[in-house]
Structure formats: structure tokens, C-alpha cells
Ligand binder design. Structure first.
Ligand code: NAD
Ligand code: ZN
Length: 253
């Protein structure tokens, strides 16, 4: 079967499933201009992810993270728009076949595309909190604060502000993780899209689904370590595959 025939195969799987979990990674946002961690791209060249994405380094030198945020991440977040992959997932949600959307992404683009029930395993980089008084800040608030001070200070108590993401070196929120596991256990089809499936728990959720009798499909332009256990592997871009699936399923529904 050629690789396009595999899309038909996945459409058939979606058609007979009613509790689908869609699991997304950085590849889904690549076509929105947000570079992935793995693969080519200039996002990570000037700033070292071992520093700006590491919790110990954040406390050691918060200005490193905030310089990266001001120069690189914030402009990207402000210009990035959801692509057809995000929109097709939101369209599929309306068919009520989707049990939940679990994402490793922190960019908030699924919400902008209209998805509702999103489990964000690694948090969200558009929300912020004061480490001391817990006051919350939006992206706009923080950008305004950054104009006068770097690192930005809490407008209430003057303390350090942190982003709502899980840094390397931090544990995932246990409630968020158990919600992801619960939904995965109840899935009849688990579709991983645009994830290298090497970061935990990304690498373990498909195993939970498979062991519980669900079908498992992978949509990723490159091979992943879990390809051999998947029922269907499609090495085509997320936008192309998901738009075809959404079109067919909505047409037939
Ligand atoms: P990853 O960077 O490890 O892997 C991305 C995968 O997507 C790669 O295997 C690549 O082949 C594939 N890919 C690239 N473009 C694609 C496309 N158009 N269609 C289909 N597949 C495509 O991503 P990950 O597994 O999500 O792990 C990265 C970690 O970094 C996560 O923890 C995540 O929180 C974080 N991260 C998030 C973002 C974001 O929010 N957009 C971006 C970079 C990194
Ligand atoms: Zn404060």
C-alpha cells in the first residue's frame, strides 16, 4: 500500500471508533511557524534549551529565560496562528467521536483553533504566575512589564514571575497526568500526531491504550520508536492527513 492508502485506512478506523484520543506534539504546530525541538530550525540556536527550559537554571539566572522569552518566544507566539491540523482537530471534536485531546504543546494554539477539552501535559506558555503572591498574568501583561524590567516583576509584590509551563527538572501535574491516563484507558483509538514519542509520558500513553485494547495510529513525518507497535503509521504532514480525515468523517456523518 502506498503512503496515501494509509490515510484511507485511518479514516476507516476513525469511522468505527467513538472514544478517540488525539495526542499532539510539536509537529502539529510546525506548520504554524513554531519550530520543533527535534529536527532542523533556528529557534533553539541562539538560546540553549538546556538553560531556558531547565528549572534549576531558571532560578539561577531568570534573566536568561526572560531574554529568550522577549526576543524569541513572545514574537513567535504573537504571530503564530492555528494551521489546518489544529482546525481539523477542532472540527473532528464536533462529531463527538473525540473523547479528549491531549497535548505536549505549550503554545495554546489548540484553544485558538476552537478545541475545548484539552489536557495540556506541559502547561501553557501564554499564562504566568507570581512565585510569591500567585497573581496571574496574561501574555499582554507580561509583555508590558518586560518593557520596563527584565526579568519582569510582579505588579502586586515585586517578586519573580514564572511561565505556566513545566520546565525540564519539574514533575508533571499529577491531576493533569491522571486525567490523561484515564482518558487514554477509555480510548478505542489513540492517534499520536507530530510527536517524536520519546519524551515521557508521550512514550507511555500509547502503550496504555494498546494494552487496553485500543487501536493505535501515528501521524508523523519522521519515524518514531513506537512505529512497530502501531496499527497504522502515516509519514505525511499533520495538516494534510488530518484535513482529509476531518473532511471524510464530517461528510459521512
Ligand atoms: P518533538 O520536537 O520531539 O518532535 C516533533 C515531531 O514532529 C518530529 O518527530 C517531526 O518529525 C514531526 N513533525 C515535524 N513537522 C511535522 C508535520 N508538519 N507533520 C507531522 N509531523 C511533523 O516534539 P514532541 O514530541 O512534542 O516533544 C517536544 C517537547 O518540547 C514537548 O515536551 C513540548 O512541550 C515541547 N515543545 C513544544 C512546542 C510547542 O508548543 N509548539 C514546540 C517545541 C517544543
Ligand atoms: Zn506577586
Amino acid at each position: 500500500m502506498n503512503k496515501y492508502g494509509k490515510i484511507e485506512e485511518l479514516i476507516d478506523l476513525v469511522d468505527i471508533s467513538n472514544d478517540i484520543v488525539i495526542f499532539t506534539g510539536a509537529g502539529v504546530s510546525a506548520e504554524s511557524g513554531i519550530p520543533t525541538y527535534r529536527g532542523k530550525g533556528g529557534y533553539w540556536n541562539k538560546y540553549d534549551p538546556n538553560k531556558y527550559a531547565n528549572i534549576d537554571y531558571f532560578y539561577k539566572d531568570p534573566s536568561y529565560y526572560w531574554s529568550f522569552f522577549k526576543e524569541v518566544r513572545s514574537p513567535v507566539l504573537q504571530s503564530a496562528r492555528p494551521n489546518i491540523a489544529h482546525k481539523s482537530i477542532a472540527d473532528l471534536e464536533n462529531t463527538e467521536k473525540i473523547r479528549s485531546l491531549i497535548t505536549q504543546n505549550i503554545d495554546g494554539l489548540h484553544q485558538v483553533a476552537g478545541s475545548k477539552n484539552i489536557i495540556e501535559l506541559h502547561g501553557n506558555t501564554r499564562i504566568f504566575e507570581c512565585l510569591k503572591c500567585k497573581k496571574k498574568f496574561t501574555l499582554d501583561n507580561v509583555n508590558t512589564l518586560l518593557e520596563s524590567k527584565l526579568p519582569p516583576e510582579c505588579s502586586e509584590c515585586g517578586s519573580l514571575i514564572r511561565p505556566g509551563v513545566i520546565f525540564f527538572g519539574e514533575v508533571l501535574d499529577s491531576e493533569v497526568l491522571s486525567m490523561a491516563e484515564k482518558n487514554t484507558l477509555e480510548a478505542d483509538l489513540f492517534i499520536a500526531v507530530g510527536s517524536s514519542l520519546v519524551v515521557q509520558p508521550a512514550a507511555s500513553l500509547p502503550l496504555i491504550a494498546k494494552n487496553n485494547g485500543a487501536k493505535f495510529a501515528i501521524i508523523n513525518i519522521d519515524p518514531t520508536p513506537l512505529d512497530s507497535m502501531a496499527d497504522c503509521v502515516i509519514n505525511i504532514s499533520a495538516s494534510e492527513v488530518l484535513s482529509k480525515i476531518a473532511q471524510e468523517i464530517i461528510k459521512s456523518g
